[in-house]
Write a protein that binds this ligand. Sequence first.
Ligand code: PRX
Length: 671
Amino acid sequence: MVVPGSQHKMYHPPKDLQKDAHVPDFDRYLELYRKSIEEPDVFWKEVASDFYWKKPPTGQILQYNFDVTKGNIFVKCMEGATTNMCYNVLDRNVKDKNLGERVAFYWEGNSPAHHEAITYSQLLGQVCRCSNTLKQMGVRKGDRVAIYLPMIPELVYTMLACTRIGAVHSIVFAGFSAESLCERIMDSQCSILVTADGVYRGEKLINLKQIADEALEKCREKASATVTRCLVVKHLRTQDADVSNKLQTPWDAACDVCWEEVMGQVSEQCEPEWLDAEDPLFILYTSGSTGKPKGVLHTVAGYLLYTSLTFKCVFDHQPDDVYWCTADIGWITGHSYITYGPLANGATSVLFVGIPVHPHVGRFWEVIEKYRVTKFYTAPTAIRLLMKYGLDPVQKYDLSSLRILGTVGEPINPEAWHWYHEVIGQKRCPVVDTFWQTETGGHVLTPLPAATPLKPGSATFPFFGVEPTILNEHGEELEGEAEGYLVFRRPWPGIMRTLHGNQERFESTYFKKFPGFYVTGMGCRRDRDGYYWIAGRIDDMINVSGHLLSTAEVEASLTDHGAVAEAAVVSRPHTVKGECLYCFVTLKDCREFNRTLVDELKRRVREKIGPIATPDFIQNAPALPKTRSGKIMRRVLRQIARNEKDLGDLSTMADPKVVEVLFNHRCETAS
Ligand code: PRX
C-alpha cells in the first residue's frame, strides 16, 4: 500500500472529526491494518473481548483453506467458543452497559404522522416475546424461518428472535414476487413464514399477505410444502383501520396466527440459546449468474465481530450519534448496517419504511432534520434521483447535524458524489464509498472518515483483515498500478461460509477460477497511489439501482411466455438507476410484436421476480447475433442497446446481417 500522494484531487478528513475518532489519521489506519494482517489472531481477539462468550475459543481465531486444490474451502472463526448474537446486541447493552433507556430505533412511517421510538429495553422485551411465540409455534434451534416483512419494527423483532433461539432467518425483500418467495422458501426449507397484512410504499398499497399466500400455494403445488404456520403482523390495522378493513386480508385459521394476539400472551423473558461460534446465523439470497438465486450463509461469531467493527470504524460511531441507513433490511446492507452492526455498538438508528419521494421529494432531508441525523448511508441511485429535483427541496431543511455520509451498492459517478458532498454534506462531511457484497458480510474496501483522504469514485483501501489483490486473466498477481480481477487472498471474520445446501456451487462460483483466492466477480483498477477503483462486473449480472439481477433469470421469465422463442438481456446505462435492463426477444413463428405483448412481457417479469426487475426496454429481435458455435454475442447486443455503431471484430459471428436488422428495430425510448 502506498501512502496517498497528490496525483488526483483529494478531499482530506476534517480536523474536528479527527479529534475523537476511533481511527484518527492515516498512520493509525496503516498501523492497525498491518497488525490485522500480520497478527490476525491478536487483532481479532481484541475485538472479541468487547463481546460476551459463554465459552472461550479453543484454538486459533481464524482458520481457513482458500485453495480448492488442497481440499474443501472452509473458514472458521472463534472455534470452540459459544455465544449468542441476540444476547450480545441487546442483553449486553441493557444489562452490562446500562443502555436500556437509550433509543435503539426511531421508527418513521410512510407518512410523517406515524412514528415511534423504541429503547433497547423495549426492544429486548419485544424480541423475547417474539422468541417465545416462535418457540410456541414449534420453531427449534437450526430451523429456518422465512421473513417477508416491510421495514417495520416487527422485522427487527423477528430476526433477533430467531438468533435468540438459534433459528436461522431467511429474509426475503418484501418487493419480491410470490414466485421468488416460494423459490427461496423451498430452497432453505423454512418451517414458518412471518409476514404482514400489507404496507404502503408511497401511494401504493401492497397486499403482502395475499402474495405470501400465493407463494405458499405455489410451494404446495410443487409438492414440497415445508411451511406449517404463518405469523401475520396486522401492520395496516394499527396504521390505518379503514384501509385494513377494505383490504380483506385472506385468513386461514388452520395456518395463520395473528401477531398482535399471540405476542400479548407470552412472557417477556426468554433465555438465549448458546450457539457454537460457527453455527448458522442467517441465509440471504442473492442473484446468481445461472439464474437460480444463491443462499449465502453467514455464521454467528465472525459476522458479529466483523459487522460491529466495520460499523464502528467506517461510520466512526460516537455515543451521541443518530445514524440512518436508508436500505431495506431485505438486503445485506440492512442486515449488517441497520440491525447487527449498529445494535452491537449500542447505536441509535432511524428505521424508515417509506420512499424518498413521498409525500414530497424532500422526505429524506425532512427525516434528517427531524431526528438530527449525524451519519447518513444511502445508495447512489437515491442520490441521482433526488438530484433531479434541484436545491429547493434540500434547502428547506436543516442538515447541519450531518457529520459523515456513506454510499453503497454501485459505483458512484463524480456528478452524484459532488452533489452529495457539496449540497447534502455542505462540504464538511466525508463521503465513505463502501464496496462490499452479500457474500463479504461487511465492508471490504472502504475509506475511514477521519483517516483516509478521498478520491471521488474510489472505494479507496481495504478494511482491517482484508487483503485484496488484482489478477490478470492467467491468474498472475499484478503489482502497482494495474487493472484486472479483484480477488481476496485470505478471509476476514465476516465472509460467508457456504451457499446453503450447495458447497459445490460455493466453491465453483468463488474459488475455482483462481485457486487460493476469493473471486469477487468484479473488475478493478489500482492507481499509482494504491487506491482501488471498482469497475463493472465481469459476469452476466446487472446492477439496477444497487440491486444485482441475473440476466439468466430475467431471460427465463421472458421465455416462459408462450410467444417468446428466445431472449437475451443486457445492460444499458440509466441516469438514475445506473444500469437498466434492455431485452431482446425473438418471437415464435406467427406471433406479432406489439404494445400488448410488451406489456404482457413486462408483467411476466414483474410477477416472476418482482418490480425491481421490470425491463425498461423490450426490443423485437427477429434473430440474435451468435457465434458459429451458437453462443449469443452479448457484447454486440450491449453495443446495439447503447446505439454504438462501431462494433469491432465480428469475424466470429455466424450471420453478420443480423446486426443491421437489430439496429433497425432498436428502441430509442423506454418501452
Ligand atoms: O457490483 C458490486 C456492487 O454491488 C455488488 C454486490 O451486491 P449485493 O451482494 O446485492 O450487495 C450490495 C450491498 C453491499 C458488488 O459486487 N457494489 C456494491 N458496493 C459498491 C458496488 N459497486 C461499486 N462501488 C461500490 N461501493
